[in-house]
Every structure is written in structure tokens, then in C-alpha cells.
Design a protein around this ligand. Structure first.
Ligand code: PMV
Length: 355
């Protein structure tokens, strides 16, 4: 932060923040971007967004987002969404009432990989806003729990699942009797000693089956849960799956872990299909990969499993101890079913980093 003249402050902050992959899915929301059910995810290591946010206070320019670019290019649709977000954040970061912002962002997600980067982007934005607030208050130690909690709260208001990207390892978002610390307002990290070593370095090999834009957005999908026939049973299923998954994570129960993770992925897509109107985001390649993954698991007795986001691409989840055996299977059997053999080699990450 520099003070150029009285009441004229400017400075720059930069953050890198990751995407996350949900194992118990958030699907359906309540007003205020609150989750209909609790969810659990792990934070990714390689799929990250880096942002540099410059701020000018009292510079004479109108308050709000002045410029935004993604990977060196102007991106009007993203700029519009972020501009609205920054405006809404005035209620939580009062300095925004007279701050002009210039944002440069970069994403490691390959162009049009069909992978949503909004969790990484909104968590990075929330962290940058929090850092500026801390700097303006004259403090230089923005790593405390309260700082991350506020960032998770603010990220949630940009994109629900972004609430879970603020912490390394495994995270829960959404209140649940099974995890008393959990809240609808922000996500919390599951303590490391609640995660068995076999799960601490999980791999997530993201297999790109289709890289086109999805026909139905996540927001439209969430909205269809409002009057879904299975709404109430979905809420209680998510609660139960959360409890069973936390138990499996703690006890190193790979068999149950795989069963719950796949049940959640197929339920998510089942809910899409049974919405009114129903829709299908899986592609023939998705099903072909699922068949191969299950076949490999049954024959090799290695507990690999898959999960899916709101899209057709497969996240292949496996333990680090099995990586040597799973790699040739990916190369020989799975990549031929991916668009141009594309995949992303990701896994559990340590969380955001100030740059
Ligand atoms: O955060 P949103 O609104 O993009 O919703 C994400 C929903 C899923 O990715 C399908 C599940 C989840 O919990 O991340």
C-alpha cells in the first residue's frame, strides 16, 4: 500500500486459489446462496486461478471494477459478472464504496476444458478483497481463521462451491448435525487427523470427454431442485452420505469411500434427469469410461472410483499408493476415450497462496 497524498491510497494484492471437487454434492439452493444440503470436497492442487488486484482509493474514478482481463484478454461476460459481484461486496467490504479496481487474472485450466473455474476465481477475488481490507486497517497478518472464514463467506456469495476453496485438504460446507462446526454461511476445513493417511494425497485425474459449453448451467440446475419431486429425500440422502463419508475418511475405508463417492455422482446426474424438464449432461464417453473404471476396480481390487461435476467429464479418484498401477490403465484404456486424449493430472492441494 502506498500513500501518495492525503486520502489517496493505492496498492496491489495477488492471490492464487484452487478449484475443488465435491464428493458429497451441493445441489439446490436456498435464498441468499445458501445450500439446500451439506457438501464435502477436497481442494485441488493444479487447477488454480491467479489474480492481481490493483486498488485506487479517492482517485476520482467511479467506484467499482474498471478493468478485468483473463489470460491477457478482455473477457466481457466474466467482467460483467465480476463487476456485479464487486458491487454486491460493498455491503461486506466498506472500502469498496470508493475504490476503483483493476483485475488481471490467469487460469491454469486449459481453454474450454469444460471445467468450471468459478470456485477458483471467486475464492481468489474474496481473498484479494480481504487482503486489501486488512492492509487498509494497517495489519499485515491476514492468515488467521477469521480472515479465511470471511473469505469463504464472501466467495460463497459469488459461487456457492467457491466457499470450499479457501482451505487445503478436505472441507465441509453446509450445516449438519454430524459436523457441529459446519455452517451454511461459510465452509470449514476437516482437521487433518480426521483424514486417514490413505486419503491425504488422493489423485484426481480429470478425463475430458467433451469440452463444449454445457447446455444447462449449474444455476439453472440448482433452481430446478426448488420443486423437485425428490427434494426432501435428496436432503436426507446427502446428510447420510456426509456422515458415512466422514467415517470412511477417518477410518481409511476405501471400499465405502468409493461406494459413497459414486453414489453421489450418479445421484447428481439422476436428479438432473428427473428434474422438470429433465436433462442429461453425461455423454456416451462418460458412460464408456464409467464401465471401464468399474471393470478395472472389480478385476484388480483397487479402489479407484469416479465422480462428476455438473458436466460430462470424469474425475478419476485414487489413492497415491495405487498410482503406479492406475497410470498405465489411464494411458491405455481411458485416454483413447477422451477428446484428443486430453486429461488433467490433479490431486489434493494445500489451499490458496498469497503471491
Ligand atoms: O457453485 P455452483 O453454483 O457452480 O454449483 C456447483 C455444483 C456442483 O459442482 C455440481 C457440486 C458441488 O458441490 O460443487
Amino acid at each position: 500500500m502506498e500513500i501518495t497524498k492525503k486520502n489517496n491510497l493505492h496498492g496491489e494484492v495477488a492471490w492464487e486459489s484452487p478449484a475443488n471437487i465435491a464428493l458429497v454434492k451441493y445441489w439446490g439452493k436456498l435464498p441468499g446462496q445458501l445450500p439446500m444440503n451439506p457438501s464435502l470436497s477436497f481442494t485441488l492442487r493444479e487447477s488454480v486461478v491467479r489474480i492481481k488486484m490493483k486498488y485506487f482509493l479517492g482517485a476520482g474514478s467511479p467506484a467499482g471494477l474498471r478493468s478485468f482481463n483473463l489470460n491477457g484478454k478482455v473477457n466481457p461476460s466474466f467482467q460483467g459478472r465480476i463487476s456485479k459481484y464487486i458491487q454486491a461486496m460493498q455491503a461486506h467490504y466498506p472500502f469498496l464504496h470508493n475504490a476503483t479496481l483493476d483485475i488481471e487474472s490467469q487460469s491454469t485450466f486449459p481453454h474450454s476444458a469444460g471445467i468450471a473455474s468459478s470456485a477458483a476465481a471467486f475464492s481468489a477475488l474474496a481473498l484479494a478483497l480481504g487482503s486489501i481490507e486488512v492492509e487498509l486497517a494497517g495489519s499485515h497478518n491476514p492468515d488467521g481463521e477469521a480472515f479465511l472464514r470471511k473469505a469463504s463467506f464472501a466467495a460463497r456469495l459469488g459461487s456457492g462451491s467457491a466457499a470450499r476453496s479457501l482451505f487445503g485438504g478436505f472441507t465441509v460446507w453446509g450445516k449438519s448435525t454430524l459436523f457441529p462446526k459446519a455452517s451454511d454461511d461459510f465452509a470449514v476445513k476437516i482437521p487433518e487427523n480426521e483424514i486417514h493417511p490413505v486419503f491425504r494425497n488422493l489423485h484426481d485425474s480429470i478425463l475430458i470427454v467433451d469440452d463444449s459449453e454445457k447446455a444447462v448451467s449449474s444455476s439453472a440446475g440448482h433452481a430446478l431442485m426448488d420443486r423437485h419431486n425428490f427434494r426432501e429425500s435428496r436432503i436426507s440422502q446427502a446428510e447420510k452420505n456426509l456422515g458415512h463419508l466422514m467415517f470412511a475418511l477417518k477410518n481409511g475405508d476405501e471400499q465405502n469411500f468409493a461406494a459413497i463417492v459414486e453414489n453421489e455422482a450418479l445421484t447428481l446426474h439422476g436428479l438432473m434427469m428427473s428434474s422438470r424438464p429433465g436433462y442429461i449432461l453425461m455423454k456416451p464417453g462418460t458412460i464408456a469410461l464409467i464401465d471401464k473404471i468399474r471393470d478395472f476396480r472389480n478385476k484388480q481390487n483397487i479402489y479407484i472410483c469416479f465422480t462428476l461435476d455438473a458436466g460430462p467429464n470424469i474425475h478419476l479418484i485414487y489413492s497415491d499408493k495405487d498410482a503406479e498401477k492406475v497410470r498405465p490403465f489411464i494411458q491405455q484404456e481411458l485416454l483413447p476415450l477422451c477428446v484428443n486424449g486430453r486429461w488433467m493430472d490433479d490431486g489434493v492441494g494445500a489451499g490458496p497462496q498469497r503471491l
